[in-house]
Design a protein around this ligand. Structure first.
Ligand code: 13P
Ligand code: SF4
Length: 322
């Protein structure tokens, strides 16, 4: 969105924020003009931590549905609005709660570890929640005498098993966008930009993770690129994060994998660096949801209560001194 078009909307959003005592939380994949109006921009873990601590009366959640649900679970008495209620997630969709319950019934010794990219109903069936930023730590803290069941992201689960050495049964879900990144893309980018560091999100396939200089959550990508002496980075995740990276490191160059533009390669229609769900939120929709205080996230009381436990467990383990 052009700056001149965004400016009057941003002004009204800021005024409404004051009037409503609202906080705007935005994920790293949100559009630049949304990030620029947010009070906090971060990864799923940072957003959950902010939601848990906010004194605001209204939470305007600029991300996808499961993230806004997490904010609601942590703040059942507050108003949580999501600019577009259809902003879902392929991982969330891959794991219906009734199918998870059926699998759990086959083994009473399961300890269910759920990636935060799942519905509130799945969280309510889980023992602990993880994000890509703390999964290794949380899995390391899981009880030794339990059979670990990891849902719904098979790729993140594989990565965590490699890091921790803890065997886990994996649900077969994936992020429709991250699995489009392929080994060939990375090899081509590496050949073209030999000095660049390759930074990969763990939702990617193993064949891609194996070629990475670092595999990490979106927030850790920011700190890695700030600290690393390289001048050029290939970012293998959703393109929205480039805005934050460029702000954090104005003198460095970020290539969004598969970097087809830079390499003048045919795209074959591949839009793997864009999550269609994250991009459903727009600045006009942010303003509209603040004017109307809708659409709101509402959840049944029983789900709200039960889903809080595994999220709090995650927040508590994440806050422990290292
Ligand atoms: P992060 O928690 O690393 O921001 O990832 C969230 C997500 O949806 C990745 O696709
Ligand atoms: Fe879900 Fe993938 Fe979009 Fe993240 S990028 S919200 S995992 S569909």
């Amino acid at each position: 969105m052009a700056a001149a078009e965004a400016a009057p909307l941003a002004e009204e959003i800021r005024a409404l924020k004051q009037k409503l005592n609202a906080v705007i939380l935005a994920h790293n994949y949100q559009r630049p003009e949304i990030q620029d109006v947010a009070d906090f921009v971060g990864d799923s873990l940072g957003l959950a931590q902010q939601a848990a601590a906010t004194p605001a009366d209204v939470i305007v959640f600029c991300g996808v549905h499961f993230m806004a649900e997490t904010a609601k679970i942590l703040n059942p008495d507050k108003i949580v609005v999501l600019p577009d209620l259809d902003a879902g997630c392929s991982l969330e969709a891959s794991c219906p709660a009734d199918q998870l319950a059926a699998l759990q019934a086959t083994n009473p010794n399961f300890w269910t570890i759920a990636y935060i990219n799942c519905s509130a109903a799945v969280k309510a069936l889980s023992d602990v929640i993880v994000t890509s930023g703390n999964a290794e730590r949380i899995v390391n803290a899981a009880p030794q005498d339990k059979d670990l069941l990891f849902v719904p992201d098979e790729n993140l689960g594989q990565w965590v098993m490699e890091k921790t050495g803890r065997p886990m049964q994996l649900w077969r879900g994936n992020c429709y966008a991250h699995v489009e990144f392929r080994r060939d893309h990375i090899l081509q980018v590496r050949a073209q930009f030999p000095g660049a560091k390759v930074v990969v999100h763990p939702e990617s396939l193993r064949e891609v993770r194996e070629l990475a200089d670092v595999v990490c959550s979106t927030e850790k990508m920011i700190t890695f690129c700030q600290r690393d002496p390289a001048r050029q980075f290939v970012i293998v995740t959703e393109s929205g994060i480039i805005h934050r990276l460029q702000k954090a490191c104005p003198d460095k160059e970020f290539l969004c994998a598969p970097a087809f533009d830079a390499m003048r390669l045919p795209t074959d229609g591949c839009r793997c660096s864009e999550c269609k769900f994250m991009k459903m939120n727009t600045l006009p929709k942010v303003l509209a949801c603040m004017r109307r205080l809708a659409p709101r996230i509402e959840l049944p009381a029983a789900i709200l209560q039960r889903a809080k436990l595994p999220i709090q467990r995650m927040l508590e383990i994440s806050a422990r001194p290292v």
